[in-house]
Write a protein that binds this ligand. Structure first.
Ligand SMILES: NC(=O)c1ccc[n+]([C@@H]2O[C@H](COP(=O)([O-])OP(=O)(O)OC[C@H]3O[C@@H](n4cnc5c(N)ncnc54)[C@H](OP(=O)(O)O)[C@@H]3O)[C@@H](O)[C@H]2O)c1
Length: 229
């Protein structure tokens, strides 16, 4: 029987690459998307707003009815609207917190009863902005939400260790996606290219596979090496 994986934010960018890679690795892949329906070969796409608790709960129940269990959960969906403390509205703050952080809590909470003990893996796609050494005040709500994801990853990894369920976060390098081009100018992205720090979504999918396949990895923040260039 195929292992079953849910990938949130699977319609574009990094999530799409992760979903496609998991199909290639012979997983049964369920992809959650929000607003833009797309077809991805081999992926069972479901419209689920990850800020909506009831939608998440119903979608996970549906997945389990159809597929019986969840072996891997990839919490990837995210948004970023740059703002510093001076110009960050409460709406922006709440929207990013709900989409990037609370969604991870809800997905983990409602998947947990169906995650296979001694086998299941949770991978949270976080950001270097969530670590104090990379704090960038231009991205106040995004970095704050990703800090929550990093700490939640550490806490869950300890909590779920006795059940044999591993929890890790993958920290991509700058990656060429809609999200990136929405927050960095062409000139800024060119500098990243020139410095060799700009990656493609498939790089992140590779890191996710590394985490999923290594039974020793738990509670780790797995940085793309290029972050340090
Ligand atoms: N790109 C980078 O350089 C970079 C670096 C570090 C970390 N990351 C992280 O990587 C993850 C993916 O980012 P990306 O660059 O691939 O972004 P992207 O291309 O903008 O894709 C974002 C995905 O999230 C989904 N999404 C947004 N709001 C949602 C909601 N309320 N419910 C369900 N799905 C929702 C979108 O669905 P729709 O298409 O339906 O709107 C889309 O599939 C994010 O967590 C981001 O923070 C990215």
């Amino acid at each position: 029987m195929k292992k079953v994986v849910i990938v949130t934010g699977a319609s574009r960018g990094i999530g799409k690459a992760i979903a496609s890679r998991l199909v290639a690795e012979d997983y049964a892949v369920i992809g959650f998307y929000h607003s833009k329906p797309v077809q991805i070969e081999g992926v069972d796409m479901k419209k689920v707003d990850v800020t909506d608790e009831a939608e998440i709960k119903n979608a996970i129940d549906d997945v389990v009815k159809t597929y019986g269990q969840i072996d891997v959960l990839v919490n990837n969906a995210g948004i970023n609207v740059p703002a510093s403390i001076q110009d960050c509205t409460l709406d922006n703050w709440n929207n990013i917190m709900r989409t990037d952080a609370t969604s991870v809590f809800l997905m983990c909470k409602y998947s947990l009863p169906y995650l296979k003990p001694n086998e299941a893996v949770i991978v949270n796609i976080s950001s270097r902005m969530g670590s104090p050494e990379y704090a960038n005040p231009r991205f106040l709500p995004y970095g704050s939400a990703k800090a929550v994801v990093n700490n939640l990853t550490a806490m869950l990894s300890k909590d779920l260790k006795p059940k044999g369920i591993r929890v890790n976060a993958v920290i991509p390098a700058h990656t060429e996606t809609d999200l990136l081009s929405g927050v960095y100018s062409d000139d800024e992205r060119q500098v990243m290219k020139d410095k060799g720090t700009l990656g493609v979504p498939e790089d992140v999918a590779g890191l996710v596979m590394k985490v999923v396949n290594d039974p020793k990895m738990n509670g780790e923040l797995v940085f793309d090496d290029r972050v340090f260039l």
